[in-house]
Design a protein around this ligand. Structure first.
Ligand code: CP
Length: 308
């Protein structure tokens, strides 16, 4: 099967077959990162531009590593070092990058829909590396790959997603993707951090963390996105952590073989206690990061090199 897509804009647009194709391709790429010479010639001569208008450690680095491991030329542009600081618009930036003939533009932007706008403007493939509070599809794909790796399946699992759901593009992409793949999703957070009508996305909603994680196979904790909150939505970090921090005590409510996930960056002691984040018997946080390189290699390959 081929991925008949120009762009990867969101999990909402991907079918179950397409998700399975991406995950299987990513699994086949994992081994390359364990070799002494971590490079294959698959995308030699291709050019990838990473255009990041928001901070990133994991996503930007793993896209750069993914491109380099496939022998593509990768170029990183951040808003602070581009002509955006001189007032150039996103549309003009896109048109100028298009004129240099890259093969893929990876974009992270604070505005929901920015990758979709680029997709309509330029002929190159666009990958959404996070648009505002809308979607972060490559994060959801690496999360799915990690769940499959650790649990052998996604369908039928109870997956609790907790924290600042309203401002989380990770939550939104995972809800779209994981429900499509047959998981039962429950979400938990203070009422001020839950989007209105979130039940319509096919999830069960709890205001209490304990209720949400009881019997869970997977617990995914989310960071409070202070940068996206227009006003304070909880009294204090201390009070938030008293009710919504995953810790040594409440994790006992989940299944014995629960895995704990977090997209990063972690606020230790706020949404997850350090002993849980660092516990190799349940935490798969660094497995997520490792799988992120393979997922991004798979997407680059399927979009611009995967037709032979
Ligand atoms: N998970 C994630 O998107 O992390 P970065 O913001 O570091 O890319």
């Amino acid at each position: 099967m081929k991925l008949e897509k120009k762009d990867i804009l969101g999990m909402q647009d991907l079918s179950v077959d397409e998700i399975n194709l991406i995950l299987e391709t990513a699994e086949s790429f994992l081994e390359i990162s364990t070799r002494e010479i971590k490079k294959v010639p698959t995308l030699r001569g291709k050019t990838i531009i990473n255009l990041f208008f928001e901070a990133s450690t994991r996503t930007r680095t793993s896209f750069e590593i993914a491109g380099k491991r496939l022998s593509a030329d990768t170029i990183n542009i951040s808003s602070s070092t581009s002509s955006v600081v001189k007032g150039e618009t996103l549309i003009d930036t896109a048109r100028n990058l298009e004129a240099m003939n890259p093969d893929v533009i990876v974009i992270r932007h604070s505005a929901a829909g920015a990758p979709h706008l680029l997709s309509s403007l330029v002929k190159q493939s666009i990958i959404n590396a996070g648009d505002g509070a809308h979607e972060h599809p490559t994060q959801a794909l690496l999360d799915m790959m990690t769940i499959k790796e650790k649990k052998g399946r996604i369908s039928g699992l109870k997956i609790a997603i907790a924290g600042d759901i309203a401002h989380s593009r990770v939550a939104r992409s995972n809800i779209y993707g994981l429900t499509k793949m047959g998981a039962e999703i429950v979400v938990a957070g203070p009422a001020t951090m839950l989007p209105r009508n979130i039940e319509q996305m096919g999830v069960k909603v709890f205001n209490n963390l304990d209720d949400a994680i009881t019997g869970a196979d997977v617990v995914m904790m989310l960071r409070i996105q202070l940068e996206r909150q227009k006003q304070s939505v909880f009294p204090s970090l201390r009070e938030y952590s008293q009710h919504y921090c995953l810790n040594r005590h409440n994790i006992k409510l989940a299944k014995n073989d629960v895995i704990v996930m977090h997209p990063g960056p972690i606020n230790r002691g706020v949404e997850i206690s350090p002993d849980i984040a660092d516990d190799p018997s349940c935490s798969v946080i660094l497995n997520q990061v490792n799988n992120g390189v393979a997922v991004r290699m798979a997407l680059l390959y399927l979009l611009i090199g995967g037709h032979e």
